[in-house]
Design a protein around this ligand. Structure first.
Ligand code: GAP
Length: 602
């Protein structure tokens, strides 16, 4: 079975990324390293703009979010508490013939006839190997092909003149036990922990084992109390972080989409448990989960906050040029949810490699997940570190005292049950039930004193996936035909001006006219403190525009003889301003240029 043909558009995008310096293969001169990518001059600028916009939107423009920048390597207990040491695994299997590794849950199901063998013997030496093996062939393919593959399998195990033993056939429907590329049987799936291990200190011993963080989120939970105490925030509030994450993915794929080193932009937004909201506000708001619920309200429970953050994140994407039509949404089913999550909505982007449904609609792949993580993480860090992770909320203490006994009982019962459920789940059968009940009771009694462990809503986005989405979204081609009938196709990267690597190109009409160059450099220096400017004096104007179109620069400013007033005083100190997407040019006074451009790029 042939390797599926890589999407043609994706090939063009990958080639443009290299040719124009958006993305390079890491360590390319040594043949590259699978799952690692470098960002070239344009990619680095694009990435910086995206991270800066995320940070500004999520922190600087909000009253209720503070920032954090934590280390990549942290105490290994963090990853035990979070569950990563035990459960951050993908099922992995290998092709028994080629040793190629697959993620068992990503193998396309195959149907056909399976040819099973009990073993093989060498017809010359009589040596026998008793090792079952099987090959799957699509219906109609001659059995010889299976025998050839099986013979190769036993040859690799030391037989030269292979005589296959015990052949039997079986009809197989939708099986993921065979390599889709050659039909060979795969090994049984086994869990593979995705964390990269390293050693801290000079001795490579068990005690020195540490992990490269597989997500930025855990540092936020571990530093929750420090941020709370130093930022003067009160629940509800969030802590956000942008930084590297590492996962030893079994099969990195689709260019940068699934990498082994990547960056995340994560917000952990801490909220009051619903019982606390109800005690303070009398009831918990019921929201329509299909639309933005508006400005945050004191009576919002986790569902309202979850809906709010999904919609806020969609607005962010719209603001940088990804329209709703380019996005998709996936509400995770209970089976798909991570062990800690109550709900999770994935925001998808329709990548060129995304699969289609039966009607031919592109489904999209995950750009960001917005999870409602309950109080799992803070509770786990409290349990593992022995340090209290709860908060004291005087508003709750005062409100609780005013509740009637029936309401107190109802809310504390609900809180008790939620805590008992959590404690039972994480302690399994290691702790006696009576002890768990006692701990849950103490937690519920804390409500009256104004104490609780905050819940969390987590919008978690991948920088590299967003960059790939922006590049895919921006890619467009225009074909023009000249008078001689020769047609030429050019690429225009239609980045939203907010994210474009360079905002404006500045061009002197001729580079050998000192007056033009002088004026062009003055314009460059006027704009440069406020935006990223690309100065280009090489080649024809058409070539320079085309280069900037390919880099995605939304505006071009040309300084010509009119600027110098050679055609009359009315055009003195004016320039042409060209729009990348329409190619339209307008004459603008240099003194108006900065406010005009600032208005367009912000
Ligand atoms: N703290 C939650 C968390 O890490 P996740 O869904 O595993 O959740 C969040 O990751 C985001 O990180 C994803 O939506 C994706 O954008 C990005 N991401 C995850 N694994 C990635 C990988 N191997 N390569 C590139 N981006 C990745």
């Amino acid at each position: 079975m042939a390797e599926p043909k890589v999407n043609e558009l994706m090939e063009k995008i990958v080639s443009l990324c290299k040719r124009r310096g958006f993305v390079f293969q890491s360590s390319e001169i040594y043949g590259g390293i699978n799952g690692f990518w470098d960002y070239g001059p344009l990619g680095a600028e694009l990435k910086r703009n995206v991270k800066e916009l995320w940070w500004t939107t999520m922190t600087r423009q909000r009253e209720d979010v503070a920032g954090l920048e934590a280390t990549i390597i942290m105490h290994p207990q963090i990853w035990r508490a979070s569950g990563h040491v035990d459960t951050f695994c993908d099922p992995m299997c290998d092709c028994l013939l080629t040793k190629k590794r697959f993620r068992a849950d990503q193998i396309d199901a195959q149907s056909g006839n399976a040819y099973h063998y009990t073993g093989a013997k060498d017809s010359a030496s009589g040596k026998e190997i008793v090792e079952p093996y099987a090959v799957l062939l699509p219906a109609g393919k001659p059995p010889e092909s299976a025998r050839k593959t099986a013979s190769q399998f036993y040859q690799l195990r030391g037989l030269q003149n292979v005589e296959l033993l015990g052949e039997r056939t079986e009809k197989v429907e939708n099986s993921t036990r065979y390599n889709p590329e050659n039909g060979s049987l795969l090994t049984e799936p086994r869990p593979f922990n995705l964390m990269f291990k390293t050693y801290v200190g000079p001795v490579e011993s068990e005690e020195g084992i540490a992990y490269l963080r597989p997500e930025t989120a855990q540092a936020i939970f571990a530093q929750f109390k420090n941020v709370l105490e130093t930022s003067r925030q009160k629940v509800p509030f969030g802590v956000c972080q942008v930084g590297k994450a590492f996962r030893n993915e079994v099969t990195p794929r689709n260019f940068t989409f699934r990498s082994r080193e990547f960056e995340q932009m994560e917000l952990e937004f801490f909220i009051k448990p619903d019982e606390v909201v109800e005690a303070i506000s009398g009831s918990v708001a019921v929201v329509d989960e299909t639309k933005h619920p508006g400005e945050p309200q004191p009576n919002w429970g986790w569902k309202a906050w979850h809906t709010y953050w999904v919609e806020e994140r969609v607005r962010f994407y719209e603001n940088i040029g990804l329209s709703r039509e380019t996005l998709g949404f996936h509400r995770q089913t209970p089976e798909e949810l991570a062990h800690y999550a109550r709900a999770c909505v994935d925001i998808l982007f329709k990548f060129p490699f995304s699969k289609r449904d039966e009607q031919g609609n592109v489904l999209g792949d995950e750009l960001e997940g917005i999870a409602a993580r309950s109080d799992f993480d803070l509770s786990q860090h409290e349990r593992f570190s022995g340090k209290p992770m709860g908060v004291f909320d005087d508003e709750l203490r005062v409100a609780w005292a005013k509740l009637d006994d029936a309401k107190k009982q109802e809310l504390s019962d609900r809180y008790y049950n939620a805590r008992l459920k959590y404690l039972t789940k994480v302690n399994k059968s290691d702790v006696p039930v009576e002890k768990l009940e006692k701990d849950a009771k103490e937690d519920a009694e804390g409500l009256a004193k104004g104490q609780y462990i905050p819940h969390v809503i987590e919008p978690s986005a991948g920088v590299d996936r967003l960059i790939l989405a922006l590049i895919s979204n921006a890619y467009s081609e225009v074909t023009s035909t000249d008078e001689k009938g020769k047609s030429e196709t050019r690429v225009i990267m239609k980045f939203h001006p907010r994210v474009a690597p360079f905002k404006v190109g500045v061009f002197p009409l001729l580079k050998n006219k000192p007056e033009l160059v002088k004026r062009a450099l003055e314009v460059r220096d006027l704009l440069r403190p406020h935006m990223n400017v690309f100065y280009d004096d090489g080649g024809s104007m058409g070539k320079r525009y085309a280069r900037q179109d390919e880099a995605g620069t939304p505006f071009g400013v040309t300084i010509d003889f009119d600027t110098l007033g050679e055609k009359g005083p009315e055009l003195l100190d004016t320039v042409t301003l060209r729009d990348r997407d329409t190619s339209k040019q307008e004459r603008v006074k240099i003194s108006d240029l900065l406010p005009l451009l600032l208005g367009k790029i912000r």
